[in-house]
Design a protein around this ligand. Structure first.
Ligand code: NAP
Length: 373
């Protein structure tokens, strides 16, 4: 079994920097430095088959083991060099920087995921709710037919808001495992901080805590290798950190040039919570990819680097410190999106894209999750 985490990267590095990822400003600087000095050694160190050191937080003990195999771990998303690059979560599980989104893949989902695996994507992000579970089944089938070892593909899925609560979350996970036909899920996420609107009478923030207790149990039982949340605001996270035994390792949120959630990103980085951006290309819901690509700051950077606007948008997000999970049903676009690693944006280009922020929410009907009790 391969262990990738704090200890596998050798002793030359200050260990504390793994439990506390680099601050946002230095991530951008680090990307430039890496490019300039062509770092391919330490930061791109190949994963070793070493035993993990004791996790920094005893609460993470249950989550210690990871069977996920990736080719290289880097210290931050800004230093990722290819689709195999991953950053160690607080329990040592290696989270690939680039993943593949599966929202709205439809009936062709299995074939499309198979193409994404062929194109080199090694994280597939799905959810209980996508096409009522049929996308999870398609992901599982694509994985089995790919011939790739289970340990080389990182599967992430989410418990839907109709399944909040301790027992329901456990059941939802069991069903996801069954549909995916896998023994474990690499990353299990709470999809939304609140209930299904039809269940809202029975809802209290206490229910969210019960959901999280189930997440912790799933981790301890080895059904999932890492746990996290989606769409959680700073307030939700602070509440969770007060009551949890095991901290969330990931917060998957809408994050793009029109919604630069800097405060949330800083908070997550400070707490050792990885931020995974969704809707980086304009979201499948709003179909705004063309608008995003037409942003003058994006166009300018694309021309300067001879890159596709999609690659610029994804590179911008990773240089900010986010993991990314773009979705495309087209093999050519999958390839274009993975070309984010060929470029490094300058400080000026980063700032110009930051300045596009208008606080526009394109997903979840524009609802700010912070309005959820
Ligand atoms: N946790 C949550 O609440 C949440 C919410 C939303 C999404 N997600 C996850 O995040 C993933 C990504 O978000 P998303 O799918 O909404 O949006 P996205 O990745 O921003 O993709 C938006 C659209 O861009 C198009 N596209 C992709 N690459 C392109 C390229 N190179 N050139 C032109 N167009 C391109 C795609 O259309 P084509 O397919 O036609 O190429 C897609 O419909 C989802 O699939 C899902 O896994 C999570």
């Amino acid at each position: 079994m391969l262990y990738i985490g704090y200890s596998s990267l050798g002793s030359a590095q200050d260990e504390s920097s793994y439990s506390r990822p680099m601050k946002r400003r230095s991530l951008e600087a680090a990307a430039r430095d890496a490019k300039q000095s062509k770092i391919s050694g330490f930061f791109a160190a190949s994963a070793k088959t070493s035993q993990p050191s004791k996790p920094s937080d005893p609460k993470d003990e249950a989550a210690e083991s990871s069977s996920t195999t990736v080719k290289s771990t880097v210290q931050s998303t800004a230093l990722a060099q290819n689709a195999s690059s991953a950053v160690a979560l607080r329990n040592g599980v290696a989270l690939p920087v680039l993943g593949f989104g599966t929202y709205r893949l439809g009936r062709q989902a299995q074939g499309i995921v198979a193409e994404a695996l062929k194109a080199g994507y090694r994280l597939i992000d799905t959810a209980q709710v996508y096409d009522q579970g049929s996308i999870e089944s398609a992901v599982g089938a694509a994985l089995r037919h790919s011939g790739l070892p289970r340990s080389s593909v990182f599967i992430s899925t989410k418990v839907w808001r109709s399944s909040h609560g301790f027992e329901k979350t456990l059941q939802a996970c069991q069903q996801s495992l069954k549909r995916l036909e896998v023994d474990y899920i690499d990353l299990y996420l709470v999809h939304w901080p609140g209930p299904q609107p039809s269940n809202s009478k029975a809802w209290s923030p206490q229910t969210r805590q019960e959901t999280w207790r189930a997440m912790e149990k799933l981790l301890r039982d080895g059904k999932v290798k890492a746990i996290g949340v989606c769409n959680h605001s700073i307030r939700h996270l602070k509440d969770l950190l007060k009551s949890c035994e095991i901290q969330p390792m990931v917060n998957q949120v809408e994050f793009h040039p029109l919604l630069v959630q800097s405060e949330l990103l800083d908070y997550c980085v400070g707490e050792g919570i990885a931020v995974q951006a969704f809707a980086s290309l304009g979201s499948g819901d709003s179909r705004r990819a063309r608008d995003f690509f037409a942003l003058p700051a994006v166009q300018l950077a694309a021309r300067a680097h001879g890159a596709q606007p999609a690659a610029v948008l994804l590179r911008w997000a990773t240089q900010k410190g986010c993991h990314v999970i773009p979705k495309s049903s087209q093999p050519l676009r999958m390839k274009q999106n993975a070309e984010l690693f060929n470029i490094t944006l300058s400080e000026q280009e980063m700032q110009a894209i930051d300045a596009c922020h208008t606080n526009a929410r394109l997903t979840w009907g524009g609802v700010d999750p912070d309005t959820i009790e």
